[in-house]
Design a protein around this ligand. Structure first.
Ligand SMILES: Cc1cc2nc3c(=O)[nH]c(=O)nc-3n(C[C@H](O)[C@H](O)[C@H](O)COP(=O)(O)OP(=O)(O)OC[C@H]3O[C@@H](n4cnc5c(N)ncnc54)[C@H](O)[C@@H]3O)c2cc1C
Length: 470
C-alpha cells in the first residue's frame, strides 16, 4: 500500500468532481482526483451528448411528416441507414469524450489516482488495493447508475440501459421502453421516429418530470397519439429465446404478450454511495441510505465531507453537478469555514418533441402557497401554427398578493427556450407584471408565453379584488 496525503480528496472525475478539483486548486490547496472508472464523464460518454446525437437525426427525419402540410413532396423513399447513424452517434460522442479527456490529461499526474475509493474513517480513504490517502476534506462526486428490477438480469444481453445502448452498431427492429421518465421519453421517441417499433411502459402514471395534472394528461395524449404508451399498467418482461416477451395492456384494454428485440431499462438511477463506507466515515444518512447534506454548502452534517452532483440525489442535471462541484470544492478547500454557495433557479428540460420543461419548483412548489395558474394552449398560437408545431400547453404559477412568478411547467414548441427565459425571470425574482413589461417580438412562440402571463395577471387582479371585497 502506498501512503498519500492531500488537503482535498475528490472521489469521481465526472462533471462535479472536475469542478470540485479545479475549485480546490484555485483556492491554493493540494487536491487529489480519484477515479475508478473511465475518464470522460457520464454526460459526454453515456448521457446528455449521445442521447442528443440520437435525437437529432430522429428530428430531421420526422420533419418529413410535416412536408405534405406545407405542400412539399418527397419523390422516392428516404431511408434510415442504421449503421451509418449509430456510427455517427459514436464518433461524435467520442469527440466530446476526447475534449473531456484532454482536460483530464492536462491535470498533473501527481494529482490523479486511479481506483475505486472508500472511507476507512472521516480522514482516510482506501483506493483500490494500492493506496491509502489521508485527507483534510473530501468531496464525494461519484455520480449515479441506472437501476432496474433484479429479475431482469435473466434477460441477459436483451436488456439495455443508457450505458450500453449507444454501443449498438445498428438499429434493432423493436424495443420495449420501460420507464417513461426523461431518459425513456427521449431515447424511446427518437428510436420510434427512426423506424424502430417502440412501445413504452410505466406504472406510476407519471410522464417525464411533469407534475401538473392537466399537463400530464396533455403529454399522455400527445405522446400516446404517436406511439404505444401505457403509463400505469405495470407491464412485465421475461426472456423468450432471443427476444423479450412483454405482457402488457394494449390500447383496447386487452392484456396481451408481445415480443421485442430489446428492453430499454429507463427505470431510474441510483446515486453511487452504497460502497463508499459512509458509516465508517461517520456520515449520517436518511432512511433510504442517502447522506444528509446541506444543499447550499454541500456539507454532510458538520463533517469535512461534501457531496456534489448526481451522487447526492438532489437534482441530477449537468449544470447543477457543475455548480455543486464548485461549491463543494471551495468549501472543502476552506473547511471548516464553510459558506453557502449561490444556487440557481430550477430548470429541467426534456428533449422530446414536443419538449417538456419545468421551471422553479414547478407545479409542486406552487402548491405550498396561494397562487394562480396562467395558461396557454399552443393549438392556435400563431408562430407555432405557421411551423405546424402547434401542440401543447404552458402553465405559469404566480403568488397571490405579491404577484411573484413562482415557476412553470410546459409541453410545447421551443420549450427549451421558453424555459430559459422563465428560469431567468424566476432567479431575478420578477413579478408577472414586471415580466409583461419586457419586450416580446412578433410573430414568435414567446407570444404564447405572454398569453399565459396575461392570464395569470388577470387572475391575480381578480384575486386582489376578491380580497379587497372580503
Ligand atoms: C441518458 C442521459 C441523458 C442525460 N441528459 C441530460 C441533459 O440533457 N441535460 C442535463 O443537464 N443532464 C442530463 N443528464 C444528467 C447528467 O448527465 C448528470 O447529471 C451528470 O453527468 C452528473 O455528473 P456527475 O459528476 O455527478 O457524475 P458522473 O459524470 O457520472 O461522474 C461520477 C464519476 O465517479 C466515478 N466513481 C464512482 N464511484 C467511485 C468511487 N468509489 N471511486 C472513484 N470513482 C468513482 C465514476 O466512475 C464516474 O466517472 C443525462 C443523463 C443521462 C444518463
Amino acid at each position: 500500500m502506498r501512503n498519500l496525503s492531500t488537503d482535498v480528496a475528490v472521489i469521481g472525475a465526472g462533471t462535479a468532481g472536475l469542478a470540485a478539483y479545479r475549485a480546490a486548486k484555485a483556492a491554493g490547496r493540494s487536491a487529489l482526483l480519484i477515479e475508478g472508472g473511465a475518464y470522460g464523464t457520464t454526460c459526454a460518454r453515456v448521457g446528455c451528448m449521445p442521447s442528443k446525437l440520437l435525437i437529432a437525426p430522429a428530428e430531421a427525419l420526422h420533419a418529413l411528416d410535416r412536408f405534405p402540410g406545407f405542400g412539399l413532396r418527397v419523390e422516392g423513399d428516404v431511408k434510415v441507414d442504421g449503421k451509418a447513424l449509430m456510427a455517427r452517434v459514436r464518433s461524435e460522442r467520442d469527440r466530446f469524450v476526447g475534449f473531456v479527456v484532454q482536460g483530464v490529461d492536462s491535470i498533473p499526474a501527481s494529482d490523479k489516482l486511479v481506483g475505486y475509493a472508500r472511507f476507512q474513517d472521516e480522514h482516510t480513504l482506501v483506493v483500490g488495493e494500492h493506496s491509502i490517502v489521508t485527507t483534510k476534506a473530501t468531496v464525494i462526486a461519484t455520480g449515479s447508475s441506472p437501476v432496474f428490477p433484479a429479475a431482469w438480469a435473466s434477460l441477459g444481453d436483451r436488456v439495455v440501459t443508457n450505458e450500453t445502448i449507444f454501443e449498438w452498431v445498428d438499429l434493432p427492429e423493436s424495443v420495449a421502453v420501460f420507464g417513461p421518465g426523461v431518459i425513456g421519453l427521449e431515447l424511446g421517441q427518437a428510436l420510434h421516429r427512426l423506424g424502430v417499433r417502440v412501445e413504452m411502459f410505466g406504472r406510476s402514471g407519471r410522464l417525464g418530470p411533469l407534475c401538473d395534472p392537466a399537463l400530464v394528461d396533455e403529454a399522455r395524449r400527445i405522446f400516446g397519439e404517436e406511439f404505444e404508451l401505457d403509463t400505469d399498467f405495470g407491464a412485465e418482461a421475461s426472456r423468450d429465446g432471443d427476444r423479450v416477451a412483454v405482457r402488457h395492456r394494449n390500447r383496447s384494454g386487452e392484456v396481451i404478450v408481445e415480443h421485442f428485440d430489446y428492453l430499454l431499462a429507463a427505470t431510474g438511477r441510483v446515486p453511487n454511495v452504497a460502497k463508499l463506507g459512509l458509516d465508517d466515515a461517520g456520515v449520517v444518512r436518511d432512511a433510504g441510505g442517502m447522506p444528509l447534506f446541506d444543499r447550499e454548502t454541500m456539507q454532510c452534517g458538520q463533517s469535512s465531507i461534501f457531496i456534489a452532483g448526481d451522487a447526492n440525489g438532489d437534482v441530477p442535471l449537468l449544470h447543477e453537478a457543475a455548480d455543486e462541484g464548485r461549491i463543494a470544492g471551495e468549501n472543502a478547500a476552506r473547511f471548516p469555514n464553510v459558506r453557502p454557495g449561490v444556487r440557481r433557479a430550477g430548470l429541467g428540460i426534456v428533449f422530446s418533441d414536443p419538449q417538456l420543461a419545468v421551471v422553479g419548483g414547478g407545479y409542486r412548489a406552487a402548491q405550498t402557497t396561494r397562487h394562480v395558474t396562467g395558461a396557454v394552449s399552443f393549438d392556435d398560437q400563431g408562430r407555432a401554427r405557421v411551423m405546424q408545431r402547434n401542440r401543447g400547453r404552458l402553465h405559469v404559477y404566480a403568488e397571490i398578493g405579491t404577484g411573484a412568478f413562482l415557476g412553470a411547467e410546459m409541453i410545447g414548441p421551443d420549450a427549451e427556450h421558453l424555459a430559459h427565459l422563465l428560469a431567468w425571470a424566476r432567479q431575478l425574482d420578477l413579478t408577472v407584471g414586471e415580466m409583461l413589461a419586457l419586450p416580446f417580438y412578433h410573430p414568435v412562440v414567446e407570444e404564447g408565453l405572454r398569453t399565459a402571463l396575461r392570464d395569470a395577471y388577470a387572475k391575480l387582479d381578480a384575486a386582489a379584488k376578491e380580497r379587497r371585497a372580503a
